[in-house]
Design a protein around this ligand. Structure first.
Ligand code: 13P
Length: 249
């Protein structure tokens, strides 16, 4: 059975003290739930986030990671640096990393390999731009992104992969894919995985939707059969909004 997951990608928001305050508020207010709650603060606040989250059923994830084991890569963070402080989940391939830091599917394939080698879970993000959807090319774009970054993996690797479909035109814009558009794409993604890896992998992989998910629209999006949760940006920065989204299941 695949898991329901709601993950907050905090991007470049929240100082150290704000990180403590937000996680403490989430811990205080959250109800018992079978949905996995993930928070992804910025690198410098990860260790504190792990300490506060421990024993509270909150997973801490990194927002990025370098593909090399170590070396002369000024400003970068390796997989073992993350796992050593108890961070075993990493977001890779976010559209902001692709757009502003020129991350390609080939590079992301390397990053995914490194993360899996370290037994980390990967939340792999992908999704089309508006121009692709306008010319009805969105299914192709998504297929190529998955093929080039993930389809070299072994079947067994998929237990550590979480997919996050984030149409770029819906990120931070207030414009959400309709629940039907999300379901249509998620069903397509699951059928692709089934074609390449078979039914058991396809049925067990969690596919999250990301892009302007809010307390007002989460429930309807999450009610769709192939939507297993969300990757939340703006609305993850307030405990009440984030938890309202978590409670959308
Ligand atoms: P918003 O929820 O702010 O649109 O951001 C989505 C996102 O990029 C999550 O990774």
């Amino acid at each position: 059975m695949r898991k329901n997951i709601v993950a907050g990608n905090w991007k470049m928001h929240k100082t150290h003290s704000e990180t403590i305050a937000l996680i403490e508020e989430i811990v205080l207010k959250k109800q018992n739930t079978s949905t996995e709650i993930i928070v992804a603060p910025t690198f410098v606040n990860l260790q504190t986030a792990v300490t506060i989250s421990e024993g509270n059923n909150i997973t801490v994830a990194a927002q990025n990671m370098h593909q090399a084991e170590g070396g002369a890569f000024t400003g970068e963070i390796s997989a073992s640096m993350l796992t050593n402080i108890g961070v075993n989940t990493v977001i890779l391939g976010h559209s902001e990393r692709r757009a502003y830091f020129h991350e390609t599917d080939a590079l992301l394939a390397n990053k995914v390999d490194t993360a899996l080698k370290h037994n980390m879970r990967v939340i792999f993000c992908f999704g089309e731009e508006l121009k692709d959807r306008q010319i009805n090319n969105h299914f192709n774009v998504v297929e190529y992104q998955l093929r080039d970054a993930l389809f070299h993996l072994q079947k067994s690797d998929w237990s550590n992969i979480i997919l996050a479909y984030e149409p770029v035109w819906a990120i931070g814009t207030g414009e959400t894919a309709s629940p039907e558009q999300a379901q249509e794409m998620h069903a397509f993604i699951r059928s692709l995985i089934e074609k390449v890896y078979g039914n058991d992998v396809a049925e067990n992989v969690s596919i999250l939707y990301g892009g302007s998910v809010k307390p007002e629209n989460a429930k309807e999006i999450f009610s769709k059969k192939d939507v297993d949760g969300g990757l939340i940006g703006g609305a993850a920065l307030k405990a009440d909004d984030f938890l309202a989204i978590v409670n959308g299941f």
